[in-house]
Write a protein that binds this ligand. Structure first.
Ligand SMILES: NC(=O)c1ccc[n+]([C@@H]2O[C@H](COP(=O)([O-])OP(=O)(O)OC[C@H]3O[C@@H](n4cnc5c(N)ncnc54)[C@H](O)[C@@H]3O)[C@@H](O)[C@H]2O)c1
Length: 428
């Protein structure tokens, strides 16, 4: 089977590899020439994907990468995994999906299957993407080509999360489209969950991410309430999670990060307006979660104050730039917001992250581009007035941190089991 995977990022690359390992001939298409070059040279640009893994499927001639979209001509299935961000007005930006539709349409073979995997609002596949492909191909969906939506479920940083074994929801534009999509995926994936339409599949993905956003907001709010009562939210969650039914643990943090949870819920908010509906849970969760960095800054201020210092002029190290532990993905990371807030208050800000040695160009925090992670040694760490733990990477030696740091603000409970003087640690 010939498969084209469009968009070779955190979602597309592992999927392309999984199909290639399962015996498909996979062409990975991307507009980023650097990524295409790296894959063809057998080099990975994602921390949890080894060069060796890419090398194996390359040398078996099951994977190649290209920027030439005419290669879609040979594809039995084209799977689209391109970004779906929000624009500066926090509205859905599906331009990457539409651009892909325009690029693949002229080359699409009759009978081919197009599957969208990017997270988006219900209606994107059977309206927006369908229209653009039909317009640029003279083919009709459900008649001349098959169309489906199947959301990606990635858990970056979780070594037990393997593409092949994560159940996959699949919805088709027609029953025949669904059938074809199930046949294609069953080649590489173990458990498929068919649903009645593309829209149900799109809505299921949004439900999953809204569920996370709302529950994270709940524990973030409870952290403040219990904190005011002198009760430690982390201990409360540990106790509550011993309940063997009806409870799922979520953890507070310094704010939301990553490509999904801070963004996807607002795809639904935007679409709901078209139907005269409000998404109050989503808005409230967004409000609580985006207020968390300010709360952290208050804690930093109090902690410095207790050492007779002001934020202005203090040297502060943000520990962990990636948005979650043990990944190298710092997109939408709250660490950037914390760095911005501290810097705007006159602090001298540095960061340490073993997985992000240098900050690349980001859309919203471009002033940090080119900044390098500091070294991990006693002199460097001990030179800061305060260490702000924003992400609890497991590779960090918290015993050393406890010995070397003068003052620590911990937003992740990373220091829970480390014997350090109480005067040194602030839980945020
Ligand atoms: N990262 C996750 O954990 C995760 C999990 C589930 C779902 N998703 C969703 O999957 C989608 C992709 O996310 P990602 O994290 O892989 O993004 P990513 O930024 O890592 O990768 C996207 C890739 O698409 C390429 N691209 C952009 N425009 C293109 C175009 N017009 N044609 C071809 N390639 C193009 C980019 O160069 C990049 O390599 C998003 O909708 C995201 O919400 C992501």
């Amino acid at each position: 089977m010939n498969i084209s995977v469009v968009g070779l990022g955190y979602v597309g690359l592992p999927l392309a590899i999984q199909f290639a390992r399962s015996g498909a001939n996979v062409v990975g298409l991307d507009v980023d020439e650097a990524k295409v070059r790296q894959i063809n040279a057998g080099r990975s640009y994602i921390k949890h994907i080894a060069d060796k893994t890419i090398g194996e499927v390359l040398s078996a001639n099951h994977l190649s990468a290209s920027t030439d979209f005419s290669q879609v001509r040979q594809a039995d299935a084209v799977i689209i995994c391109v970004p779906t961000p929000l624009n500066k007005n926090r509205e859905p930006d599906i331009s990457f999906i539409l651009d892909t539709g325009r690029r693949i349409a002229p080359h699409l073979a009759k009978g081919a299957l197009v599957i969208l995997e990017s997270t988006t609002y219900p209606g994107t596949t059977d309206q927006d993407l369908r229209r653009v492909i039909e317009k640029h191909s003279n083919l009709k969906a459900g008649v001349d080509f098959h169309l489906a939506f199947s959301p990606e479920r990635e858990d970056p940083g979780n070594p037990n999360s393997v593409v092949a074994t994560i159940p996959k929801v699949v919805g088709g534009f027609t029953p025949a489209c669904l059938e074809k999509a199930l046949t294609v995926y069953s080649m590489a994936l173990k458990r498929l969950v068919p649903v009645s339409s593309c829209r149900v599949a799109e809505a299921a993905k949004l439900l999953e991410n809204i569920f996370r956003s709302v529950n994270i907001a709940l524990v973030n709010e409870l952290k403040l309430v219990y904190g005011a009562m002198g009760i430690d939210i982390w201990e409360v969650i540990e106790a509550a999670k011993t309940k063997p039914f009806g409870f799922m643990a979520f953890y507070p943090g310094p704010g939301l990060g990553g490509h999904c949870i801070p963004i996807d819920p607002f795809y639904l908010t935007w679409k709901a307006r078209e139907y005269g509906r409000n998404t109050r849970f989503i808005e409230l969760a967004g409000e609580i979660n985006t207020a968390m960095p300010e709360h952290v800054i208050h804690c930093v201020t109090d902690a410095l104050n207790s050492h007779k210092k002001a934020v202005r002029g203090s040297r502060i190290l943000v520990l962990g730039l990636a948005y979650k532990p043990d990944v190298d993905d710092e997109r939408e990371s709250p660490s950037y917001v914390l760095m911005d807030l501290l810097s705007s208050r006159g602090a001298e800000v540095e960061y340490y992250d073993p997985y992000v040695p240098t900050i690349g160009l980001t859309r919203e925090h471009s002033q940090w581009a080119g900044k390098r992670s500091v070294e991990w040694d006693e002199t460097t760490i001990g030179s800061f007035d305060l260490i702000l733990i924003a992400t609890n990477h497991s590779a960090v030696d918290y015993q050393e941190l406890g010995k070397w740091a003068r003052c620590i603000v911990d937003t992740r409970n990373a220091m829970a089991s480390i014997p350090v003087s109480k005067a040194k640690i602030w839980k945020a």
